[in-house]
Design a protein around this ligand. Structure first.
Ligand code: SF4
Length: 312
């Protein structure tokens, strides 16, 4: 049995965010953003550690705040997406393939980032309105679905998924997977589905058996189902693989999971060994899946890296 992962470095460009999700572990709203020295320094360490992916994850539309715009201006930018595009360029020049999670985006913004990314991502979370998102305009499911569809129209390899334990019902979970499957039937651009439990103060907010059930259903609907290995014990990772998960997502040898800061990444070598003892081969992949590479579907500015680092 083959299971994949991507070796990455997490670039938390800013923890400033316009949304106010009640369960957030990430937002600080200090109006800061990574400067290019910090980006280049981290990119160099990542490259020296043989990472292939620059995971750019950050708060949504931080530029709604005047103080953030002032700090961005000091770096020479009046448009946040232009700043993100420059970070992508620095990452590519340092030998990393960007995978940007920028929250909801307009078509013109996706167009700007498309050539600079191997793939991009946006968690749907749930396709229904929930109490925890009442002050989060970017979590309106209609707006998120629109972004995923826009990415499909632009043929951007896309990672999305559902977040469990945020107040949704079992029906909502299945409905959310169906919504994503429908979008994928139309555009064929969803490369993987993440099934992620919410973890708050070290406690998973959903029962393991419920997660397993959803992984099972998702694996019948999508080619690749990802589970984050730092949110489970090794035994649970194995049980989820047996239930149908076949990807462990980005694992970083150098940066923490800033979204779940209390859950360190397992060591890749220990994970490999444990899985091998249980008949599972863990192999590295790029942030864009082989199926998309063979179709030539990835950001054109990443082409040299994708073809050079292609792991086939
Ligand atoms: S969108 Fe993300 S960063 Fe922003 S408040 Fe919600 S969970 Fe936090």
């Amino acid at each position: 049995m083959l299971v994949t992962y991507s070796k990455n470095a997490f670039f938390p460009l800013t923890t400033t965010c316009r949304n106010e999700c009640t369960y957030c572990n990430f937002k600080k709203n200090d109006f800061k953003l990574m400067n290019f020295n910090e980006v280049l320094k981290l990119a160099k360490v990542a490259s020296n550690n043989n990472c292939s992916e620059a995971l750019l994850t950050f708060g949504e539309r931080p530029d709604v705040y005047r103080e953030f715009r002032k700090n961005m201006k000091k770096l020479g930018y009046s448009c946040f997406i232009d700043y993100v595009a420059s970070v992508c360029t620095f990452c590519i020049e340092s030998g990393l393939i960007p995978h940007t999670n920028a929250g909801v985006l307009l078509t013109k913004e996706l167009k700007k980032l498309k050539p600079l990314n191997g793939s991009m991502g946006l968690m749907l979370e749930q396709a229904v309105e929930l109490e925890c998102h009442i002050n989060s305009p970017g979590k309106d499911p209609k707006v998120r679905i629109k972004t995923i569809e826009r990415a499909g129209k632009l043929e951007i390899p896309f990672t999305t998924g559902i977040l469990l334990g945020i107040g949704e019902s079992e029906y909502d979970r299945l409905y959310s997977l169906e919504v994503l499957a429908d979008i994928n039937n139309n555009y064929n651009h969803i490369q993987e589905i993440i099934v992620q439990p919410l973890v708050l103060r070290g406690r998973r907010m959903v029962k393991f058996e419920e997660i397993k059930k959803i992984v099972k259903v998702a694996s019948k609907m999508f080619n690749h189902v990802q589970i984050p290995p730092n949110l489970f014990s090794l035994g649970e990772v194995l049980a989820l693989i047996k239930a149908g998960a076949n990807d462990l997502g980005g694992i970083s040898p150098i940066t923490p999971d800033y979204v779940n800061p209390n859950n360190p990444w397992p060591s890749i070598s220990k994970l490999k060994l444990f899985l091998a003892e249980n008949g599972v081969k863990l192999v590295e992949r790029l942030p864009v899946y082989d199926e998309f590479i063979s179709r030539g579907v990835y950001g054109k500015m990443t082409e040299k890296l994708v073809l050079r680092r292609g792991l086939k």
